[in-house]
Design a protein around this ligand. Structure first.
Ligand code: AMP
Ligand code: MG
Length: 317
């Protein structure tokens, strides 16, 4: 296009390049076309309706930094700067299995001493939300051979998460069989409630989380231990800072020995987040826990945390 002389105008479409020499764009509805000249109905200000080159991003600006979980705007931003491909971390492959001869799948009827298996899909849900490609494996009987076969299969994944069988009872076979299969235990026993007998080990690059079988212990263990590990493994920046801040509506008694994760309901009061613990805080009470959407972290210690004191919590998604 020819450069525009002084005091001249040219018609362009929205989004077109501005002709050389032009220094403002006037919307067509603010203009009267007299054929040989155009009348501009209100004064034009230099630069108006012109988007300067580099106005959104300049050379060297970052459209999406490393360690970002790509959301809709990041995808748009990358495309807008001409990037069609980025290097992403691979979703960790996670195997989830549950141990316990008393466990039956939903839908079957229960004999005396049997209960429904409730942990595998729950753990899988937490870990899928953390980016994992989860494979839910069959329930494993409290039998050494069954444990060997199942754990060996599970160890082919990047991360193996088991439920049950990590306490001190004669049926608790997970740690011993895992050790026989070459898993090096990094720790067993954590000072948190619920979830005390939780174990963690590694075999080569495979991480092994042994979550206690009580359903709320499995939920807390997957949120507090397995989830951050998965985020970290995917290179997500700030993977450990999943905690948010709020205040409890009631006093929280502190446990002298263990940090507690108290199931609570979260709501907004004005602009502040307030949390109210749900009734039923025992580690088997998963139905009660389902009324909660947050886990308040109550650090171990004496006395109680008064109502209204700032506390931190994790969301139960
Ligand atoms: P464990 O950690 O195997 O000693 O199990 C502790 C308690 O949780 C026992 O009452 C088990 O019956 C129960 N439990 C273990 N695994 C599951 C599961 N997958 N679903 C529901 N309850 C379980
Ligand atoms: Mg068991």
């Amino acid at each position: 296009m020819e450069p525009l002389p002084a005091r001249a105008a040219a018609g362009i479409a929205t989004g077109s390049a501005v002709p050389e020499g032009a220094d403002a764009v006037v919307p067509v509805e603010r203009v009267v076309d007299h054929g040989d000249r155009v009348e501009i109905l209100e004064p034009a200000v230099t630069g108006q309706h012109i988007r300067p080159r580099g106005g959104d991003a300049r050379e060297g600006d970052v459209a999406a930094s490393a360690g970002t979980r790509l959301g809709a705007a990041h995808i748009g931003a990358l495309a807008a700067v001409g990037i069609g491909e980025v290097q992403c971390s691979v979703r960790p492959r996670v195997a989830v299995l549950a141990t316990g001869s008393e466990l039956r799948p939903a839908g079957e009827s229960l004999a005396f001493g049997q209960i429904y298996e409730s942990n595998r899909e729950m753990i899988a849900t937490v870990l899928r939300a953390a980016g994992a490609d989860v494979k839910v494996m069959p329930v494993v009987e409290d039998d050494e051979g069954a444990h060997q076969a199942a754990l060996e299969r599970g160890l082919a994944a990047d991360v193996l998460v088991t439920s049950g069988g990590v306490s001190m009872g004669p049926h608790d076979l997970v740690r011993r069989v895992a050790a026989d299969l070459g898993v090096e235990e990094v720790f067993w026993g954590v000072a948190i409630k619920p979830g005390k007998p939780l174990s963690f080990g590694v075999r080569g690059a495979t991480l092994v989380f042994g979550l206690p079988g009580n359903p709320v212990s499995s939920l807390v263990g997957s949120l507090v231990f397995a989830r951050p590990a998965l985020l970290e493994r995917q290179g997500l920046a700030g993977a450990h800072s999943g905690y948010e801040h709020g205040r409890s509506t009631i006093a929280l008694r502190r446990n002298p020995q263990r940090d507690e994760f108290v199931r609570a309901r979260r709501r907004l009061d004005e602009d502040a987040v307030v949390l109210t613990p749900v009734t039923g805080q025992e580690s088997h009470m998963i139905v009660r826990a389902a009324a909660a959407d947050a886990l308040i972290h109550v650090p171990r210690g004496g006395g109680e945390i008064a109502a209204g004191t700032p506390i931190r919590y994790l969301r139960i998604e």
